[in-house]
Design a protein around this ligand. Structure first.
Ligand SMILES: C[S@@+](CC[C@H](N)C(=O)[O-])C[C@H]1O[C@@H](n2cnc3c(N)ncnc32)[C@H](O)[C@@H]1O
Length: 220
């Protein structure tokens, strides 16, 4: 398994660290998938997950992958810039008896090194584009990796989300972290998907997260 071959990884691992991973795993074991995650899983289930493959970009501990494996997905691949999730992720995969159907890749940025990542029926990015400076490039690369559909979430561009990210970034600066959050233009992100041959449509909207599905008109 490659580890931190991307020089940008350190800025993510600094913030998305072992403690962050532990908190996510504890919450998931106690309460299961969040409502945003359930929305994504339900949508993919409606398209059919049996024997399908899934690529999740920035999937953290892999809750979405566990849910989809439980529903019959053949194989999942997680690509992460932070290596701090691996212990919790592997423990969860083993607890659920699905470790052999999952691959975890660390330190590869799909927007830069897409050739190193396998394509899949479905691609997911949950709470990821707002952590990455070049959302359009990342989504275009993600779109190239899906044969059927992509689901992703992003914060809406409101004064509330912009102020909260500006406050968070100021805090990161004070703490000496290089990591920054972003509120990208939804229109430009959807255009990037449309240019790659996908048709994006919102599945749910709200003050914190919008969940968007983008389907390929004619599956490859
Ligand atoms: C807020 S966390 C979300 C993790 C997980 N999706 C969740 O919802 O719990 C964002 C994650 O995206 C990852 N990330 C950001 N840009 C990425 C990229 N280009 N490729 C892979 N992972 C990326 C970061 O390392 C970080 O772990």
């Amino acid at each position: 398994m490659p580890d931190c071959c991307n020089p940008g990884s350190a800025r993510y691992e600094d913030v998305f660290d072992a403690r962050f991973a532990r908190d996510l795993a504890r919450r998931y074991r106690r309460r299961g998938a969040t409502r945003f995650e359930r929305r994504m899983v339900e949508h993919l289930a409606s398209l059919g997950v049996d024997d399908r493959t899934v690529l999740e970009i920035g999937g953290g501990i892999g809750e979405l992958q566990l849910e989809l494996l439980a529903r019959g997905a053949a194989h999942t691949t997680n690509v992460e810039l932070s290596g701090a999730y691996e212990g919790e992720a592997v423990a969860l995969l083993e607890e659920r008896g699905v470790a052999r159907r999952a691959t975890r890749i660390v330190g590869v940025d799909v927007a830069v090194d897409g050739d190193r990542v396998p394509a899949a029926d479905y691609v997911i990015l949950h709470r990821v584009v707002c952590c990455y400076p070049h959302a359009e490039q990342l989504l275009a690369a993600a779109a190239r990796h899906t044969w059927r559909a992509l689901v992703f979430s992003h914060p809406p561009r409101t004064w509330l989300t912009r102020s909260s990210v500006a406050f968070g970034n100021a805090w990161m600066r004070v703490r000496g972290h290089e990591y920054r959050g972003f509120i990208h233009s939804p229109g430009r992100m959807y255009d990037a998907l449309a240019d790659a041959g996908l048709a994006p449509a919102a599945l749910s909207t709200g003050p914190r997260w919008w969940v968007v599905a983008a389907t390929r008109a004619a599956p490859a």
